[in-house]
Design a protein. Structure first.
Length: 327
């Protein structure tokens, strides 16, 4: 999270050089002709909220109408995402995360929306890898040693996450399946409590984005073993990637995507994707995301759709194979 003053400063920074392009940049004509609503399924100050407000401020500057963030919190992001899927006013969009878009269909049989049919991908705007950290009492300094210890001591390891089907949970389940070891899942309501219990030694390990655990790494309270990114993280360059540790093809990310109702015309979606990338690739946007441990992506709508489909297939298959259910 960013300090409130930093978030407010982003508003002033949103009047980017591209603001002069405001009118006439949309091939559809006079759109938007009234304020835009950007639904954020998470609370103010969360990473999706920070990303959404950077984009919303830029839209306000370049599209000629206010774009207002609307925090609709609940059901792990499914509530707000459903609100976007069901919107019919032509002026509602949303900024959500991987869960409601890729894993929710497998976790929630009664999900009230279909991400593939009811939503139009706009842009994969940002992503962040995770780092596997363990308590110093765990006798492993490498991923290989961690897996070997889990195999030899099937009741010894526990790992925390922010809930069944969360990024951290699935990253560990994927690693367990690939490595053939055991570790018991301990779900939490939020990552701060998981970090507290990890530092206290009440759980053995956790997968978290770097921003959520970097202070504890630097203070020696936890030991990093591996990162889930394709390349090493600049904050901890000494820590290898999963591929370097012997697991090619296992990279995974937490990610944020901009979506719209499926009825949104393609030219408007293209405009929204284009301007979102402008907002986030500006120095202020990159700095804000970097502070939160995320990197800017800014994909096209087609690239976003292909990415979500691949993520849905990958994690949905894992969830079904292991019988994971929402708790």
């Amino acid at each position: 999270m960013l300090h409130r003053r930093s978030l407010l400063a982003l508003g002033a920074a949103a009047a980017l050089p591209g603001a002069a392009l405001a009118q006439g940049s949309d091939a559809a004509g006079q759109w938007p002709d009234r304020p835009l609503r950007m639904v954020v399924p998470f609370p103010p100050g969360s990473t999706p909220d920070i990303v959404a407000r950077i984009i919303a401020q830029h839209y306000t500057a370049v599209l000629g109408q206010p774009c207002v963030a609307d925090n609709r919190v609940g059901a792990g992001g499914n509530l707000g995402t459903d609100a976007v899927a069901k919107a019919t006013d032509g002026h509602t969009i949303g900024l959500t995360i991987n869960g409601p878009l890729s894993t929710a269909p497998a976790l929630y049989p009664s999900l009230p929306y279909d991400p593939q049919k009811d939503l139009a991908p706009v842009s994969l705007v940002a992503r962040a890898g995770q780092v596997l950290v363990v308590h110093p009492s765990v006798p492993a300094k490498t991923l290989e040693e961690f897996i070997a210890y889990g195999r030899a001591n099937p009741q010894a390891l526990t790992f925390g996450s922010v809930g069944a089907g969360s990024g951290g949970h699935l990253a560990m389940e994927d690693l367990k399946a690939r490595g053939g070891f055991q570790a018991e899942h301990v779900p939490y309501r939020g990552f701060p409590q998981a970090v507290l219990d990890l530092v206290a030694g009440r759980i053995s390990a956790v997968f978290l984005t770097i921003a959520g655990i970097l202070p504890q790494i630097r203070e020696g309270q936890v030991r990093p073993l591996v990162v889930t990114t394709e390349a090493r993280l600049p904050q901890i360059p000494e820590v290898p990637t999963l591929a370097e540790a012997g697991f090619p093809g296992a990279a995974s990310y937490a990610w944020n995507a901009l979506v719209a109702p499926a009825s949104m015309p393609a030219d408007r979606i293209a405009l929204l994707a284009r301007e979102a990338k402008v907002a986030l690739t500006a120095p202020q946007g990159q700095k804000a995301l970097g502070t939160a441990g995320f990197e800017v992506v800014g994909s096209t709508p087609a690239e976003c759709a292909a990415f979500i489909q691949a993520e849905t297939a990958r994690w949905g298959a894992l969830i079904k194979r292991l019988g994971i259910t929402a708790e």
